[in-house]
Design a protein around this ligand. Structure first.
Ligand SMILES: NC(=O)c1ccc[n+]([C@@H]2O[C@H](COP(=O)([O-])OP(=O)(O)OC[C@H]3O[C@@H](n4cnc5c(N)ncnc54)[C@H](O)[C@@H]3O)[C@@H](O)[C@H]2O)c1
Length: 459
């Protein structure tokens, strides 16, 4: 998935749900390249229902209206004149009347290997029939196979597990059935055999499995913002399943409810609120009670990748307000209930965009650089009082964040860089990094900015 992809269109010509879900799955896999995967689109100001989350957004935003990407041909790049016709040998064409046109039947699909749920995305795409089925589904959702680049090594099973239900068993079974039967999508042609491998392949690595550390957060109250979705939800879930008392904060009430209901035995208190509003910040702190042992500032939004010349004040204000001002206010308000403990931990979420200028737009990049500044300064100031303040910088992660690119210039500049990005991560992988720093296992770590990005920051 190019990291930032076009949001599938949802107009009258929208694809069937299953096709859309498929594309959404892929798209959702990387959003903020700076965050990277495309996921669903939940504009915090208008949260979407959890089901619609991950990929196919039904809520469009003006600043994210996707323009043509750099790789798409534009009118100006089209040849100015029609290409000259191929020269025809006089002996090849009789001067007589042309023969009646007889429709050429589509040749049968070449017999290839029978693909399964354990076949990799790359194997599916490289198979004449499997590739046609995959591309057809993507095309119907306004996507192309570039969105699958960072998951080529993943098995279909792994892609399904990352899709969080968007790629249903029915979709998978239908794909396998059609591929095994050699059933090409209507109108699809059999591609010419590739003359060379399109990509070097490495084995599909074993799936990482989350391992709960029992009682790691027992007796601790931990506030997690953005707990309704993606990385925040995975973090809140991990803390709750390790016996912590979680104060789960999000603007999206329905998502919070769904999260709480998913863990009926856990100690979870939800707070529906906007971290940019002081009254909501006060409500969060009050709900937490007398002691706050941990705070994970995860809530955040993207900026449509807008470069400075295309950046509007509203986008700037909104992104800085949520990503930077909100986390600062909540952390500031939590200090009086953290410092007296002599052992407390704040984990802020920055991004690859906190390290470099080539991962997002100007507002998001500025906000995530700012998060690092607040993290380091607070770590330095309050470290002697037992407060540890660290940050995690995710790479591409499959969540609901809106990673759409709203700028042609940004697409031209950023897309080529995405070619070398590591595979996307799951929110649970990020939660593993965040809870490590939140917990006492993070002892002796203060002011650290921890990339959790599969190695992107090493590039
Ligand atoms: N997904 C990635 O690839 C990626 C990469 C790098 C950094 N990040 C960062 O990770 C963090 C989590 O993002 P995610 O990918 O899980 O996104 P997500 O959209 O899946 O989840 C973010 C949640 O934050 C909530 N939220 C947004 N604004 C809020 C506000 N003002 N008050 C309260 N809640 C609010 C949203 O409703 C949503 O549920 C963000 O800070 C993001 O910048 C993500």
């Amino acid at each position: 998935m190019s990291l930032f992809h076009r949001k599938p269109k949802t107009d009258a010509a929208a694809p069937a749900l299953d096709d859309a879900a498929m594309a959404k799955t892929a798209d959702a896999v990387v959003a903020d390249a700076g965050t990277a995967t495309p996921a669903p689109v939940v504009m915090p100001e208008a949260p979407a229902a959890p089901v619609a989350e991950e990929a196919v957004s039904t809520t469009a935003t003006t600043e994210n209206t996707p323009p043509a990407t750099a790789s798409e041909p534009t009118p100006s790049s089209a040849p100015a004149t029609e290409p000259a016709p191929e020269p025809v040998s006089p002996t090849a064409v009789p001067a007589a009347e042309p023969a009646p046109v007889v429709p050429t039947p589509t040749p049968p699909a070449p017999a290839g290997a029978q693909l399964t749920i354990d076949s990799t995305v790359g194997e599916w795409l490289d198979d004449p029939v499997g590739g046609a089925i995959f591309r057809d589904m993507l095309a119907k959702a306004g996507q192309d196979e570039k969105v699958l680049r960072v998951v080529r090594r993943f098995s279909l099973k792994r892609l399904q597990s990352m899709s969080k239900g968007q790629m249903s068993d029915d979709i998978i079974n239908d794909m396998i059935k059609r591929q095994n039967a050699g059933e090409m999508p209507a109108g699809a042609s059999i591609p010419a055999p590739a003359t060379e491998a399109t990509e070097t392949t490495t084995p599909d690595l074993p799936l990482w499995e989350e391992k709960i550390t029992p009682d790691r957060f027992k007796g601790k109250t931990v506030i997690v913002t953005g707990a309704g979705s993606g990385i925040g939800r995975a973090t809140a879930s991990r803390v709750a399943r390790e016996s912590g008392r979680v104060i789960a904060v999000d603007m999206a009430e329905d998502r919070l409810k769904e999260f709480k209901d998913s863990l009926p035995d856990a100690d979870i208190t939800t707070v529906t609120g906007n971290i940019t509003k002081q009254e909501d910040v006060d409500k969060i702190i009050e709900t937490a009670g007398a002691q706050i042992h941990g705070l994970a500032n995860v809530a955040g939004i993207m900026d449509g990748m807008l470069p400075l010349g295309e950046l509007d004040d509203d986008t700037w204000d909104r992104v800085i307000s949520v990503n930077l001002t909100g986390m600062m206010r909540l952390s500031r308000a939590a200090l009086p209930k953290m410092l007296p403990l002599g052992n407390a931990s704040i984990v802020n979420i920055t991004s690859e965009a906190g390290f470099r200028g080539s991962a997002a737009g100007a507002a998001y990049t500025a906000s995530k650089h700012g998060v690092i500044g607040v993290t380091k300064n607070t770590a330095f100031m309050y470290g002697p009082q037992g407060l540890r303040v660290n940050a995690v910088a995710p790479g591409g992660t499959a969540t609901n964040i809106d990673g759409n690119n709203g700028s042609k210039l940004a697409a031209e500049r950023l897309n080529p860089l995405y070619e070398a990005l590591p595979d996307v991560a799951t929110p649970e992988q990020l939660a593993a990094s965040i809870t490590f720093l939140l917990s006492d296992d993070g002892t002796n770590l203060n002011g650290v900015i921890l990339p959790s990005d599969g190695g992107w920051s090493a590039q």
